[in-house]
Ligand binder design. Sequence first.
Ligand SMILES: [Cu+2]
Length: 146
Amino acid sequence: MKRFLIGSVLISMSGMAAAAPVISEAWIPEQPPGAMASAVFLDMKNTSDKPEALVKAAAPGFKEVQLHKSIEENGMHKMIEQKEIAIAPHGETKLAPGGFHIMLIGPEKALVAGETVPVTLSFADGSSETLNVPVKKRPMMPMMKH
Ligand SMILES: [Cu+2]
């Protein structure tokens, strides 16, 4: 951990273009009290010419955090756990309802719009980033099923 921190300071001081993906549009839909899970949605941009991947996400206050993909199979919605979520060189991967998402399982308390959740993203290149992700009211969308 200490070694990693020193490494990132050196990289930013040297002015090199950081290889870590650029994260934007992060949000968590508000859930009714008693909900078993919520999700993090965001955009990841890979500004480097190497393939990158989100390999792990972590957040305090949940029993488990997993990388998921929603798929439709024989008319049924399913969510499949992912080992990683790839971002192509100079590409963009969106985590959005109906596709890839970070699943927040077993919240210790209800997530209310206006709060933020610190979410730490770890990438295949060894970099990581912690974002304060806002909880927002959910626009109308189909229910996700487990
Ligand atoms: Cu899921």
